[in-house]
Write a protein that binds this ligand. Structure first.
Ligand SMILES: NC(=O)C1=CN([C@@H]2O[C@H](COP(=O)(O)OP(=O)(O)OC[C@H]3O[C@@H](n4cnc5c(N)ncnc54)[C@H](OP(=O)(O)O)[C@@H]3O)[C@@H](O)[C@H]2O)C=CC1
Ligand SMILES: O=C(O)CCC(=O)C(=O)O
Length: 478
């Protein structure tokens, strides 16, 4: 059941000529999910060229007409949710329910941006001069380079590409090499929806070709999600060329459980945050700060839940936790666990995992102090725990480190909730719910070094994907 995938350049489906790509199932690494040709730097350059040609026709269409393509694509995606969700699970490794859920989420995102024309698209200010009004209108940037990670193969591309397109830009997109099939499906949906040639170019290529894309002198903006090292490099190169850049990078997100928390709710939500998608979310809960008065009881309850996790083939409906994406991810996560244990971490709980496939045992570790695992993003099913003597101490521990993407605060006391809103240095704060999750109509992105440049989604996406022209408008001589 291997699918032949191709790149989309200038409206044509092309087989890249830099070599072959083989997309395998992380649960059964011998199973090939998709194959195709790998494109290179020259195809990236072609993509930028055809995207440039397509800009003027696309930008001149009314926003509602651009949005209609997204709405039609959303319908196509929705009608394929089960089949494409299964494909997503087979290439990325999240559970089938999450795979189908992500495909539906992509449709929801496309629908949200499909309706952008119904929202406010500029501002009118009063003028200090009679006979004049001041308008702030919005215009597209031009050609946008989009680089996406493996962990949300269709939702993250959707939330970058949909606003880029609806606000009048054209796109050259390099998806993560591990997940070409869902990239192919999203490009198929937009093509079947009738998107004009050259408006979206999806190029299946490796990271070297990705670098050629983001360094291309004719790009007008770059949007990236992925690792911190790559994000900083891309941001540096775009800034050096004076090109707007948006980079969503690492997270080391804390759940903070205060003395007055509803422990049953907190345990349930911490389990979801830490172990759904096998911990492979930038918003996953990878740190847990427990007020010392409830720490023993909380860890006892958490241990029961961890032991009930079922790690295995994510297509099996009874499985709660699939594999991680690759053998190298598996190795680096296991090494991170071993280093923490070698440094004095106590193993609080683990769940069994199969031997064959890229599995990692879900693991909860209590740290003796703020050691390496408190700061390093492992991007797997690993939760590091510390205890705090006071609420202030809990917030201090949660704020440690260079990242500030999301946090989850568990408390039933409004004063504590308000203190957390004030003191926790994060881009996204959940009070009494898990640290992951993002709605399309509100800003998404981190504080501190989790993100660089404007945030994503909602009005923030409009800020990034457009520039403004301030118009001093008079009818003539007053
Ligand atoms: N904040 C977040 O949302 C995410 C964070 N991560 C973090 O990143 C780690 C690795 O995940 P991974 O997906 O491999 O992240 P990477 O940053 O390596 O890759 C993300 C995307 O960037 C591409 N890329 C890699 N190097 C370059 C480059 N020099 N120039 C342009 N594009 C490039 C990748 O291509 P290719 O796939 O071909 O290498 C992929 O499409 C995770 O362990 C996690 O720590 C990962 C995913 C999401
Ligand atoms: O929390 C979410 O649903 C989105 C997470 C995300 O953007 C990521 O992991 O890259």
């Amino acid at each position: 059941m291997s699918v032949a995938v191709r790149s989309l350049i200038g409206g044509a489906w092309v087989t890249g000529c830099e070599g072959t790509l083989t997309d395998t199932n992380p649960a059964r690494p011998d199973e090939v999910v998709a194959t195709g040709g790998r494109a290179g730097a020259s195809e990236m350059a072609t993509g930028v060229r055809v995207a440039r040609i397509a800009t003027s026709g696309w930008a001149r269409l009314p926003m509602s007409a651009r949005g209609a393509f997204l709405t039609r694509a959303a319908e196509i995606i929705e009608s394929n949710a089960e089949g494409w969700g299964e494909e997503l699970t087979r290439e990325e490794g999240k559970t089938l329910a999450e795979g189908i859920g992500e495909v539906r989420r992509a449709a929801q995102i496309l629908r949200y941006y499909g309706n952008a024309a119904d929202r406010e698209s500029g501002t009118v200010y009063s003028s200090p001069r009679s006979g004049e009004q001041i308008l702030v209108t919005r215009k597209p940037l031009g050609v946008v380079g989009v680089v996406t990670p493996f962990n949300f193969p269709i939702a993250i591309p959707a939330w970058k590409i949909a606003p880029a397109l609806v606000y009048g830009n054209t796109v050259v997109w390099k998806p993560a090499a591990a997940v070409p099939l869902l990239a192919f499906r999203l490009a198929q949906a937009l093509t079947e929806a009738g998107l004009p040639d050259g408006v979206l170019n999806m190029i299946l290529a490796d990271s070297a070709a990705g670098e050629a894309l983001v360094d291309h002198p004719d790009l007008d903006a770059v949007t990236f999600t992925g690792s911190t090292g790559v994000g900083r490099k891309i941001a540096g190169s775009a800034a050096a060329r004076g090109v707007p850049v948006q980079a969503e990078m690492g997270g080391k997100n804390a759940a903070i459980v205060l003395a007055d928390a509803d422990l049953e709710l907190a345990v349930e939500q911490v389990m979801l945050g830490a172990f759904r998608s096998t911990g492979q979310k930038c918003t996953a809960t990878s740190r847990l700060v427990l007020h010392e008065s409830i720490a023993e009881e909380f860890l006892a309850r958490l241990t029961v839940e961890v032991k009930e996790l079922r790690v295995g083939d994510p297509l099996d409906p009874g499985v709660t936790t699939g594999p991680v994406v690759s053998a190298s991810a598996q190795k680096s996560i296991v090494n991170g666990i071993d280093r923490a244990v070698g440094g004095g971490a106590r193993v609080v709980a683990t769940a069994e995992a199969p031997e064959s496939g890229h599995y990692v045992q879900p693991t909860v570790l209590e740290l003796p102090a703020s050691t390496e695992l408190w700061f390093e993003e492992l991007f797997g099913p690993v939760l590091a725990v510390q205890r705090a003597a006071t609420t202030a101490d809990a917030f201090r521990l949660a704020n440690e480190g260079e990242f500030g993407l999301s946090a989850a605060l568990f408390t039933q006391d409004l004063t504590n909730a308000l203190a957390g809103i004030g003191d926790l240095d994060v881009g996204i704060l959940h009070v009494n719910s898990e640290s992951a999750g993002a709605d399309p109509h509100v800003p998404f992105g981190g504080a501190k070094k989790s993100g660089y440049g404007p945030k994503e989604q909602g009005d923030a996406a409009r800020e990034f994907f457009t520039h403004t022209t301030t118009v001093y408008l008079r009818g003539g001589r007053a």
